[in-house]
Ligand binder design. Sequence first.
Ligand SMILES: [Zn+2]
Length: 442
Amino acid sequence: MKELEKLNELKPQMIETVRQLVRFDTVETAPVGDAPFGTGNKECLIYALKECEKLGMTTVNCENYAGHADFGSGEEIFGILGHLDVVPAVEKTWIVPPYSGEIVDGKIYGRGVLDDKGPMVACMYAVKALADAGYKFKRKVRLIFGCNEETGSLCMKHYFEKMPYPTLSFSPDANFPVINREKGMLGLVFNLGKLPDEITDFNAGLRKNIVPDECTVKLSKTFKGEIDNAVEKTDRGDYWLLTTKGVSAHGAMPKDGDNAIWKMVKALYKAFPANKGLKFAAEKMCDYTGKAWGVHISDKQSGEITCNVGVARYENNELHFTVDVRHPVTYTCKQVIELFEKNSSEVKMTVQVASEPLFMSEDSYLVQELLRAYKEATGKESYAISIGGGTYSRSCRNCVAFGPEFPGMAATIHQANECVDIEEFMEIAKIYMKAIKNICCE
Ligand SMILES: [Zn+2]
C-alpha cells in the first residue's frame, strides 16, 4: 500500500491547493473578452490546469469554458468530471470569509471545498500518489474541469463539441456510494386559458423545481359567492386578496412539501365550477403522483413519476402552470411527453425542457468497480442509489456520480459555512485513489 504513504506525504500540498482554488471567486458573472463565465472562472481554470502540469499531467484549455489534464497513456480515456464554478455565498452568514479557505478546528471552510473544487483536488493528487508509487496506467486518466455547472453546464456542451467523450467516467459532484440512476426531467407549461372575469390575477412560485409555499389571487368585489375557508381573504379596497399557504420542498421530492397552488385551485373550482381551466387543474393537477392525471408510471429501477406544479402566472388573460416532472429511468422523455399530451387534450401544453434519464446498470463494469473501491477504502456497505435530481454526470456519456458526500454527512453544499474536515477529505481522496487504481492501473 505504498500509494497510501505517498498520498499522506502529499497532504500539505493537497490542502494548500484546495485553499488556493477557493480563493478565486468563481460565481458566474457576465462574459468579458475570452472569459465566457467571468474572469474568476477563467483565472481559476488556468490555475488548476497549471497545478496539474506541476504534477506531471498534460493539459488543454478549451477557450476558458472548460479544460482537461491527462495522465498516463492507453487507447481508452477514463474521465473524471468536476467543476470549478460555485454558487453565491452571503458573507454575513459565514464564520469566516467564504473565499478565504481558512482552517478552523481541523476543517477547511470556503465556497467550493466540497462542491466541487475539493473533490477535483483529491482526484488530482490521487493520480499523483499512484504515479509516485510506481503504478503503470493502462487507461489514460482525464480530469475534466468545467466552469458552468451551477448555471447551465454550457461549459460541457462547448467542451464535448471539440473533445471526445471518455470511454467511462465518474463525476465527484454528488454522493457516495454511487448514483447510477437519475430520473428524466421535463419542464411542461400548461395554458389553462381564461379565468372568470372576477379573477384578475393568479400568482405563485419562483421556480418550477420548488414546491410553492404561497399562492395569491385577486378577486373582484363584484363576486358575491362563497370562497372556501381554506383560503385567507383580505380586503384590499377594490378587490379581495386571496392567499393560500403551503410548505416548500425540492420539486424532485414533492411529497416533502405541501403545494399552495393546489389549495387555491380547489377553492376556486368550488366557486367557479363552469371554468374549464380550473376544472382541469382541480381534477388532474392537484396530485404529485400523476394518478388523477392518468400519467402515473413507475419502474423497479427508479420508482414513481413525480409532478410538481411549481409556478403559476396569469398574463394576457391566460393562466399558465409550469410543471416539473421527474420520470422513471426506463422511459424516454418522448414517451412521457406523449403520455401527458394524451391526457391533457383539454388544454394547451408546451415542452420547456426535456432531459433524458441517466441509467447505468448496477452490474456494469463501471458501477461494480466504483462500489468495490468504496467498500475497500472505507470498509462500509456499498450500494447504488437512485435520485430524482440531476447531477453533472448527465453532461457526459457513460458517467455516474461518485461522492464526495458520505451517507449521513451534515450537508453544507450550497449552504453557509461550506466546509470539509481534513481527515474526511483524505478519506475521500483514498476512495478516489482506489477507484482510479482499480480501473486505470495495470
Ligand atoms: Zn456541484
